[in-house]
Write a protein that binds this ligand. Structure first.
Ligand SMILES: C[S@@+](CC[C@H](N)C(=O)[O-])C[C@H]1O[C@@H](n2cnc3c(N)ncnc32)[C@H](O)[C@@H]1O
Length: 332
């Protein structure tokens, strides 16, 4: 019934198990088709706050998790509002665990009416939340050549970004590009097939990231997700894109530093105690058997952090430290 297979499910549960049990509250920030959520409830999560920005995903999750009745609260929201979500649905706004499984689910990908896939004809939509204004069709038909190149290069790491953008700009002069198959054909006319991967893969991924602003504000979100944990709570993140994983790694590293103060402040205001302990010095990856059974899992990386102390100065964690101030004319 559900096409999506939860990635690294057993590992996710093993890392979160120590904080589950009676009275525990878990936020699944990307509940999708509810696969991880179901496993967490079976492992002892007492209450689960199931968040997704896609109402159709929430409907599927509700179906799958029906047996847990009112122990599950469904929230149609962007996870970047996690502070508000926790304050509205968790006692004192604090929870025992947060799970974030980034990207989209197979159930979204395989539904032609959503426009995520080039395998079947569908509208060029790609919105996770159908109430958002931006669609892939608008981006493809309205953005400048330069902006398209940036999207394909930055989000898709497409080596032929310029050629693809040029082909799109030429094609849209003749007629608007409105379907997934139309766009895939344009991309295939300028990008050669590499092995078994369809040439349109990177461009479609890049557009999906742009439509849903998937990389925007992720650093602040991870600090906020850490913020809503009680001391001892755990945050687990599954990332499938190197740009996302880099943000997770950097934020977790900063949370685990003994001091996060800016050098020019001169004194330590963070009290020199690490806020967190990274439980995955190396990210967990799916093994060969999982990749064989679920090829979509191949790029997954799971990182988990445990909270040791409350975050007092959120800015100190997610901002890059500024370079040291050098005083004009000073010698030291
Ligand atoms: C990989 S799927 C999650 C699958 C889920 N763990 C399962 O086992 O079925 C990612 C889900 O996150 C949702 N999502 C992505 N970005 C989001 C955001 N910013 N806020 C809320 N949900 C988001 C997507 O709509 C999708 O349903």
């Amino acid at each position: 019934m559900f096409l999506h297979q939860p990635v690294l499910r057993e590992k996710v549960v093993d890392y979160l198990r120590p904080v589950l049990g009676e009275g525990s509250v878990v936020i699944d920030a990307t509940v999708g088709s509810g696969g991880h959520a179901e496993a967490l409830l079976r492992a002892g999560a007492d209450r689960l706050i199931a968040v997704d920005r896609d109402p159709e995903a929430l409907r599927r999750a509700r179906q799958r998790l029906a047996e847990w009745g009112d122990r599950v609260t469904y929230v149609h929201e962007d996870f970047r509002h996690i502070l508000k979500i926790a304050l509205s649905h968790a006692p004192l706004g604090l929870v025992d665990a947060v799970l974030v499984d980034l990207g989209i689910s197979m159930d979204q990908l395989k539904d032609p009416s959503r426009g995520f896939s080039f395998e079947q004809e569908g509208p060029l939509d790609m919105r996770m939340n159908p109430w958002d204004a931006e669609t892939a069709e608008r981006i493809v038909n309205q953005r400048s050549f330069e902006e398209l190149v940036r999207i394909f290069r930055e989000y898709g790491e497409e080596p032929r970004a310029e050629a693809v953008a040029r082909a799109i700009v030429e094609a849209r002069k003749r007629e608007p590009i409105t379907t997934t198959t139309q766009l895939a054909e344009i991309v295939r006319s300028v990008v050669r097939r590499r092995g078994r991967t369809d040439p349109a893969t990177r461009v479609f991924m890049a557009l999906r990231i742009a439509v849903n602003r998937e990389l925007e504000g992720l650093d602040v979100f991870f600090v906020d997700a850490f913020h809503v944990l009680r001391v001892g709570g755990r945050l687990a993140v599954l990332a499938y894109h190197s740009l996302e994983d880099r943000v997770v790694k950097r934020i977790f590293h900063r949370l685990a530093l003994p001091c996060r103060c800016e050098p020019q402040v001169g004194v330590c205001v963070c009290e020199g105690q690490p806020l967190g302990r990274v439980l995955t010095p190396k990210p967990e990856r799916p093994d060969r058997a999982e990749v064989r059974q679920n090829p979509a899992s191949r790029s997954a990386r799971l990182r988990v952090i445990e909270k040791l102390a409350p975050v007092r100065f959120r800015d100190l964690v997610y901002r890059e430290p500024k370079p040291r101030v050098s005083w004009p004319g000073g010698t030291g």
